[in-house]
Write a protein that binds this ligand. Structure first.
Ligand code: ATP
Ligand code: MG
Length: 233
């Protein structure tokens, strides 16, 4: 799917969480979204997914202006989102969570297969290891049939092995699915995307290829200081 943002903004009280952000992402593109805490990354995802009213600017999906289109309808148009904190139904099984998201039995089976979740299908989600839960969350987003996945720190809070598992699952998503990935770990995100957007104080301060992002002066300035170790190497 092609996603275009034109001067998208959002204020909370006096805080400009998003400040006139514009960019375009093409079908199948893999794009990282980086920036310090509070930069506006999750707010950006909410603006795209339509989970809040009151922003400004335009969000256009495959030529369709999404102004006034509810989050539920945007989901039907093919946008799915995973959250910084897992939002699965813990008392339901893996399969039941997938069934709530998918449009058909075949999509449930396809998701179980793709994410190697068949052995866990009958397990309650809240009995799974956290890394497995994050994998289920990814599977649920995929099972909706979404063509645009918004992944908000899908590997947050995971150990090294689990991070590799989630990274591989993201890497192996079908090539026609467009992915926006928020992630603080620079090595992880740069290993998965072709292009990186960097937000700072709600502004898009860089939009560069993965190869060039570490050298970008605006990005270096934001990350020097308390994030120096993340961008180093
Ligand atoms: N519901 C809200 N009410 C008031 N302020 C908010 C709300 N949501 C976000 N903000 C503010 O908007 C700004 C951007 O927040 P956002 O959560 O988008 O940042 P982020 O880049 O996702 O940060 P993190 O890396 O910590 O997840 C911050 O200043 C935050 O405090
Ligand atoms: Mg966030």
């Amino acid at each position: 799917m092609r996603l275009v943002l034109e001067k998208v903004g959002r204020e909370y009280g006096g805080v400009r969480a998003l400040d006139s952000v514009s960019f375009s992402v093409g079908p199948g593109e893999r794009v990282g979204v980086i920036g310090p805490n509070g930069a506006g990354k999750s707010t950006l995802f909410r603006a795209i997914a339509g989970t809040e009213r009151g922003g400004h600017g335009r969000v256009v999906l495959d030529g369709k202006n999404l102004a006034g289109v509810s989050a539920r309808r945007r989901a039907r148009l093919g946008i799915a989102r995973t959250f910084q904190i897992t939002e699965l139904f813990g008392t339901l099984t893996v399969e039941e969570n997938l069934r709530l998201a998918a449009r058909s039995h075949d999509e449930v089976e396809a998701a179980l297969q793709r994410f190697e979740l068949r052995p866990l299908r009958a397990r309650r989600v809240d009995e799974l290891a956290y890394g497995q839960q994050r994998l289920v969350e990814l599977a649920v987003a995929f099972a909706t049939g979404a063509q645009l996945l918004l992944l908000d720190e899908p590997a947050a809070g995971l150990g090294a092995a689990e991070r590799v598992m989630i990274s591989e699952a993201i890497r192996q998503l079908p090539s026609d699915v467009t992915v926006l990935l928020i992630e603080h770990d620079m090595d992880l995100v740069l290993g998965l995307v072709d292009r990186v957007l960097c937000l700072s104080n709600g502004q898009l301060i860089a939009d560069a290829s993965t190869a060039l992002i570490r050298e970008n002066p605006a990005v270096r300035e934001v990350y020097l200081g308390n994030h120096e170790s993340e961008i180093a190497s």
